[in-house]
Design a protein around this ligand. Structure first.
Ligand code: GRG
Length: 307
């Protein structure tokens, strides 16, 4: 579907989420292919390793949320694209490092052997580092807007992925293994480990459309709630789906004695929490008055997803 016909499908009553996500994925993959050094560029091993994980077949939910947020604020996909790609680079780096033997020690990700299984631990660490750095390079290459200069954009990414958010969540997650963790502590982990980057994706999309402060506030509320719901669902899927269905090792939270929503409050209450968070996310979109169909569609998809 062309960009024009996709635009039409967003504004029409029958919004087609599947084709929206498919189009976003294609466009993001084309852009990432341009931003990342080719495999043949020296040293080829690192560029092969970066591309291996980036193009391993992730759902591209963070870029899709970024593009959809831009559209909700009247922006263009082309302006949001570098920021959507930057967030996907951060996300992929975090997955590569999360899978390392020193962390979750996983062999399977995005339906393929993990980066360190293919390239070795040293190169996997470096591929993660390089993708993290690449994200800032891409953000620096994006446009800036009257309300949001490169300073704001870079700060947004740095804060979400730094030691107060993404890394803080991972530290608390590692330190909580095998210990009794309360629901409040688990929420702290999920807010930082997962919600922060999803929220950042949505906010960056809004910034790429030069959104107003009230719009940014609405997007922040949406992103926070959808991000938290995303991790609650991830916890549920870990115990209800198979490794084949997920494309990553199922049941690993239980094996690592990690606290999850199902392990603390049970499956039924976990589903109710995810639904409540998604409802809050929907409510946050009210100021967009029907212009946020794609964000609504993505929130619903994330709640109902099976992988
Ligand atoms: C700095 C050494 C070092 C490590 C950092 C920050 C970090 C390690 C790990 C982040 C923690 C993490 C992996 C959180 C999980 C978030 C999550 C649910 C990921 C899965 O996201 P999906 O389902 O994956 O969108 P795909 O593969 O579809 O993109």
């Amino acid at each position: 579907m062309s960009a024009v016909s996709r635009k039409k499908s967003i504004s029409s009553a029958s919004f087609n989420l599947q084709s929206y996500v498919g189009d976003c994925t294609d466009a993001v993959n084309r852009a990432l292919d341009k931003f990342l050094p080719k495999e043949t560029v020296a040293p080829p091993t690192i560029h092969k390793a970066m591309r291996y994980s980036i193009f391993a077949g992730g759902k591209r939910m963070r870029p899709a949320l970024c593009l959809a947020a831009a559209e909700a604020c009247g922006g263009k996909q082309v302006d949001a694209m570098p920021l959507a790609c930057a967030v996907e680079c951060i996300h992929t780096y975090s997955l590569i490092h999360d899978d390392l033997p020193a962390m979750d020690n996983d062999d399977f990700r995005r339906g393929k052997p993990t980066n360190h299984k293919v390239f070795g631990e040293g190169i996997a660490v470096l591929a993660g580092d390089a993708l993290l750095t690449q994200a800032f390079e891409i953000a620096a290459l994006s446009k800036s807007w009257p309300r949001y200069s490169h300073r704001e954009l870079v700060l947004e990414i740095a804060k979400a992925s730094g030691s107060l958010q993404l890394i803080a969540g991972q530290v608390a997650d590692l330190e909580g293994e095998g210990k009794k963790v309360s629901e409040a502590q688990l929420k702290y982990i999920h807010e930082r480990k997962t919600s922060a980057l999803l929220c950042c994706s949505v906010r960056l999309g809004g910034m790429s459309a030069n959104c107003t402060p009230p719009q940014l506030k609405a997007l922040t509320d949406f992103g926070y709630n959808v991000g938290l719901a995303f991790q609650v669902i991830d916890d549920i899927l870990d115990v209800t789906q198979t490794t084949e269905q997920l494309g990553k090792t199922a049941g690993k939270d239980t094996k690592a004695q990690k606290a999850t929503y199902p392990s603390i409050v049970g499956l039924e209450k976990s589903r109710a929490i995810a639904e409540q968070l998604t409802k809050r996310a929907f409510d946050a979109l009210k100021p967009f008055k029907g212009k946020a169909q794609a964000l609504e569609g993505l929130a619903e998809y994330l709640l109902k997803r099976d992988k």
